[in-house]
Design a protein around this ligand. Sequence first.
Ligand code: SF4
Length: 484
Amino acid sequence: MPIKTKSFGLFHPDCRFTDDSALTVAIAQAIHDQKHYAASIRAIGRRYPDAGYGGFFMRWLFSNGGAYNSFGNGAAMRVSPVGFAFNTQEKVLKEAAKTAEIPHNQPEGIKGAQATSLAVFLARTGYDKEQIRQEVSSRFHYNLNRSLENRQTILSNLLQCLFECKCLKHLSSTFIPNLKHAVTLKLIMKTKNQYLDILKEKTSIALKQMESCALCPRECRTDRLKDETGVCRTGRHAVVAHFSPHHGEENCLVGRGGSGTIFFSNCNLLCNFCQNYDISHLSSGGPVTAEELSAMMLKLQNMGCENINVVTPSHVVPQMLEALLHAREHGLTCAIVYNSSGYDKVETLQLLEGIVDIYMPDFKFWSSSFAGRTAHAPDYPERARRAVREMNRQVGDLVLNERGIATKGLLVRHLVMPNHLSETRKIMRFLMNDISKETAVNVMGQYRPCGKAYEMPDLRYRLSANEYQNALNITREEGVTRFV
Ligand code: SF4
């Protein structure tokens, strides 16, 4: 979500001057030619109508009307020539107010223009940074003691850039990095707001779909908003079996603080050998509201978890989004791991684009008959293929940070089934040929007969060490190199 780099060029070859530059020239020209500020702003503004003005300003520019009560920061952004041109503080403040009164006649706009021009004037006449900070903050009641991170306005950001410079005579060495820092912070703020808007929209689309639920391949068409249930036996609210930091997940998810797992009860796939049978089939746990689910996410983050790992989320995507929105608004920054059975619908996954950081689907069965017999889902193999393609399209191969922690990407789990190693081979071949040679894979050897597996002659045995070794050999033969 956030943009955290300061390594960008300030001046890209495609850069061009903007509205604030054009109007700064207009102010300088008005002073030089001793013209009225409004006339000069209109003359230059109309000559460069595509410089990026706001809508109200454009209307003012091409009218002959007076001020329009703007709350914007434009007055402060164009006023710098006043600080250079006049020789007393009184004159600077008076002229700054005049430049701001048209078209920005709001007191805050005038104050911003006066503060900026005074800072320029003081710097020009030999005041040091501390004296400027004190003068500007005492005269205009700005709090200029907060760090860049805690500032909300461009004006205070720019002033802080100046104050954080080591020396006013060597601005380029310190002002430019500070300015880049301010730009980064502004981008983070903007990006965060855009992210929340998108998340809000996706949440409302997903919730609406619960009216006639076809969120997963089962397409039950029940009205879950009225608490009706389908195959997944989950109505309006998600049911959580338990949540905790988990140190038994893949190393790249665990790190120092563990993976913040939230186990959703019930499941849309319902394999009869499920290794978490009590959770998936027996509905352990209780329903939670979005706020409660969000509180779990935040608690896991506060406990130091490396990520939020939603386990078996395919049937509760809307509830998960609803909670995530709440959690992000309240400070959740952890990466989100979508840890599913692979029985996902592409349309639902598309709602998660830009929201989920790490996809960790199982790829369980290759043959339709095996999937039909064990999970009543003969379409599982095709659904899983499409889902994994979509996941890879969204996040690409698994990316680890300098601590070896996954930050983004796809990690496919495959539970090796006794007597079915040919499934393993076909799944690995698909991953290598259709997804990516760099696909990260966890070949899991912990199969034991659970639930109703004893009713199935081929699945009533534990996986032998020999079979597991064979599965690993097959996986390597098919070209997998990234084992996690
Ligand atoms: S999410 Fe549940 S109710 Fe909706 S289609 Fe899937 S199994 Fe049916």
